[in-house]
Every structure is written in structure tokens, then in C-alpha cells.
Design a protein around this ligand. Sequence first.
Ligand code: ADP
Length: 349
Amino acid sequence: MAEPQDTEDVTSERLVEPGADDLERAAEAALRPRRLEEFVGQRTVREQLSLVLDAARGRGRAPDHVLLAGPPGLGKTTLAMIIAAELGASLRVTSGPAIQHAGDLAAVLSSLEEGEVLFIDEIHRLARPAEELLYVAMEDFRVDVVVGKGPGASAIPLALPPFTVVGATTRSGLLPAPLRDRFGFTGHLDFYADDELERVLVRSARLLEVELAPRAAAEIASRSRGTPRIANRLLRRVRDWAQVRGTGAADLAAARAALEVYEVDERGLDRLDRAVLRALCERFGGGPVGLSTLAVTVGEEPETVETVAEPFLVREGLMGRTPRGRVAMPAAWEHLGLQAPQAGGTLFG
Ligand code: ADP
């Protein structure tokens, strides 16, 4: 029987020391909502999912496959776990990059039990042969097991019990249409509003037994880039500050001081965000500049810049995407305290 694969987290581990991944993951796991009703915000996705799950429960059958799309840290893994919990099903976890060969996926699929939920994180990073195997498994509940090699090889079809794939992707545009079509439902997760993040923080503070002042919650929420993962991470840093240098309570002063130590500015931009904006403005005169050049300049992978920093910077009106590359918007210059070049310097100059 194949071992369930570990999820690999590609989101950049900013604000934590390298090597602290396991601790970070354990800390996150402790704060995950377990049921749909505990899941804050994302009203549309929650309502849609709850219909899919109720209908499946009513029919006594595995629900349609579900695709969850959105930037990192918005709750895709959490929702996959909630789906399994709500169905009373067990969950198998793997990810696109963890599946090197189609055979790895065939092993996982052929060991699934009836009604199980298979979570595939970063599904857009599956290798093509694995992807093709997955189409068939999702549609016909069948895998073709190849026996032998070369011209004598033959494929033996193996029927699979009904199961549900929950795919997560930060780049739904990269999913080939045939794979996207196999999902009965796609939930698009959006950045959270500040009041929703405050609710996430209040809940997390209770679980962490931290005394969190309402104004501190508001301050942390407003600097969390619309992302619960970041809100929870900042809360833990504020708790550390309060414990070591403050009174133990996470009040407004502790929140402000800790966020300053961790270089999160008043708009919630962190070091990577500012590095990207600085590179755009100072090195490339406001752009347009290609994604990979920009990524090399800040010493990051293009995918990290594109999935982690960019969606937030674009949403904040600090960066623009044009067919010729990324450009700094007027607000970027202002935010960095720089003078935007006059006419001709940028698309917006
Ligand atoms: P993703 O898979 O999209 O990267 P996760 O599901 O791992 O994100 O969520 C990251 C962290 O944020 C987890 O600790 C989770 O508890 C918390 N979180 C995400 N969404 C919510 C939510 N809607 N309500 C409460 N906590 C949330």
C-alpha cells in the first residue's frame, strides 16, 4: 500500500527562520478550523460547498471533485480537510511536485478506499503523464496499470472505488482545460476583508490563550495582506514580543512594536513586497519589466513573486501588469517615499 505523500509547501516561509518549517506547520495545524461553520469569511465558496456536501450526503455518494483556486494562505488546505471531516471520510494528502511519475499517482489511486478524499495541493504542477492518468481516474474511476516494458507492455484496467479529488492551485490559469473540466465545482478564494481577519485573529488568540486587545486585532488584521496565514503568523510574533518585552498581553503597543521588528509596514507590505517595488522603481525606472528579471533582481523564484507578492501588490494598486511586463503604479512611488519620474519615465508618468 502506498504511503500518503506529504504536502510540500512552496509558499515562502517569510518571518520564520529557515528550518522552522515543521514548527510552523504544527502551529498552523493547531489553528485550522475543523468544520465549515468555523471557517471565517468566503461566504460564496462556503455556501456553494455546503450545497455540494449536503447533496452528496443526501444521495449517500461521494461528491463531485472540487477545485480550490486562490493565492497561498487563504484556506485551501483547510477547506480540503473540512470537506473530508464533513463527509466523515478519511483524507489522503499529496501534491503536484511530490508526484514525480505517473506510477506514483497510480499507487496512491489504487490504494484509495471508497469515499476517501484525495487532496492534491499545487495540482498545476503535476507532470503531464500523471495528469493524464488523473483525468481517467476522475472520470471513469479507473487506472490503467502498465505491466511489463517496451513492446510487450500491456495496460490492465483496474477499477477504483468512488472517491473525491480536492485539487488546490494558486494558478488556475495553468491548469489544462481537460483537467479543469473534470472538476464539478471550482471555488475561487479571495483575499479577506479586515473584519474577517479580525475574527480569524480572535479565534486564534483564544486557541493560543493570548489576551488580544481589540485594537491590536484591528492593527494586525490591517497589516495581514488579506491572508489568514499571515494574520496567524503575525499574531504569534506579537505574542512573542508581548511575552519577552511587554506585559504578556497582546495590546496595541505590542502589536505595533512587534510588526516593526518583523518589518511589516503599515500597509502590510513585508520585505519581499518592498524589495519587488524598490527593484521596479529604482532599478527599472518603474518598468515595464519581465517577471523573471524582476524575480532574479530580488533573489526569488518567479513563481514566488507571481503567486505570493504580486496578487497583493496588484490588488493594492501598487503594481500593474501589462503585456510588456510589470509596472510601478503612482502609489508605489509614493509608498516608498520616492519621486515618480516625469513624463515618459513610466507608462503612467
Ligand atoms: P492554503 O492551503 O490556501 O495555502 P491553508 O488552508 O493552509 O491555506 O491556511 C493557512 C492558515 O490560515 C491555517 O492555519 C488556517 O488555519 C488559517 N485559515 C485559512 N483560512 C481560514 C479561515 N477562513 N478561517 C480561519 N482560519 C483560516
